[in-house]
Design a protein around this ligand. Sequence first.
Ligand code: NAP
Length: 309
Amino acid sequence: MLVIGVESFGGPEVLAVHEVPDPHPGPGQVRIRVHAAAVSPTDAVLRAGGQQLGDRRPPHVPGMDAAGTVDEVGAGSAWRAGDAVMGIALPRGEHGGAYAQLLVAPDDSIARIPENTDFATAATLPMNGLTALQALEALDLKPEQTLAVTGAAGTLGGYVIELAKHEGLTVVADADDHDLELVESFGADHVVARGDDVARRIREFFPDGVDGLVDAAVLDEKAAPAVRDGGGFATVRRWAGDPGRDITVHRINVYDEYHSGEKLDRLRRLVDDGVLTLRVAGRYPAAQAAEAHRRLEAGGVRGRLVLEL
Ligand SMILES: NC(=O)c1ccc[n+]([C@@H]2O[C@H](COP(=O)([O-])OP(=O)(O)OC[C@H]3O[C@@H](n4cnc5c(N)ncnc54)[C@H](OP(=O)(O)O)[C@@H]3O)[C@@H](O)[C@H]2O)c1
C-alpha cells in the first residue's frame, strides 16, 4: 500500500509517497480502505520532529483522522466489509497514522459515518470531536455554568462551543473581526476580540471569572486569568504551568480516546441531529500533502484540510 510519510523530519517538503507492506487486521479489528484523512496541527508537529516516536522505524505516517470503507475484517469483528466508517488513528501507536491507503483499526476505535456525509467531511470529526468531549467531561460543568473557549474559530474550538451549548452552558468565545459571524454561528453567547488580553475581555462579561476554559489557542498563562478561583482550565498542549487560585488544570490527551468508539458514535448522532457542524476547508490528493501542510501552517484556515487517498 501507499502511505504519505516522513523519513527525516523537516518542512512540508519531507512528506513523500512511500510503499510499505499491506497490513492485515487481527481478531476484533478491521482494515479500512482509507478514502480521506484530515490534516491537523499535530500532523505538522510530527512531521517537523516534535513528537517522541520511540523506536518506530520510518517512514513515519502522520494523521489522526480517517474515513473510508471496511475492506477486511479480523476474526470476531462486529463490522462487515463495505461498512462506511470513521475513526481515530494513532501515529505513535501500533497501527500508525491515517495518511495511508489501508489502516488497521480495533473494532471499538471506529463508528459509522454520519448520514449524507462524504468521507472527507466525516474525517473532520473523530479526533477533534473526541478531544472536545474529553475536555468538557474533564471540566464537568453544569447547565448555566460558564465556559470560555479560545481559538474558537478553529476545528476544536467550534466543536467545543457546539457541544457546550447543547449541554446548556453559557459560552464566551474569542474571535478576530472576520471570524465574528462564524463563531456566533456555533452558538457562542458572547464573543470577545482574540489576543493576548483575552482574559481581561472575558472578565468584562464575567467579573468573577468563568467556571471553565478550553484553551484551543494554547494561550496558557495568558488565558488562565479568565478562570474564576476554584475553576477548571483544559490545556490541549500539556501546559505545565500552575495558575494558582485553586484552579484545576486538566491536561487533555486524545490518545486516551482510542477505544472510545461509543463516544464517536454519539458524536455521529450529534452530527445527524444538527448539533455539530463539520467543515472541510479544502481537499487535496494525498500526493499533495506537502501543499496542504504549507496551507495549514500559513494560518487562517477555517475548517479542516483533508487528504483524499
Ligand atoms: N491534546 C490533545 O489531545 C489535542 C487534540 C486535538 C487538538 N489539540 C490541539 O488543539 C489545538 C487546536 O486544534 P485545532 O485543530 O482546532 O486547530 P485549528 O483548527 O488550527 O484552530 C486553532 C485556532 O486558534 C486560532 N489562534 C491561533 N493563535 C491564536 C491566538 N493567539 N489567539 C486566539 N486564537 C488563536 C487560529 O487562528 P489562525 O488560523 O488565524 O491562526 C485557529 O482559528 C492545536 O494546538 C492542537 O494540536 C490537542
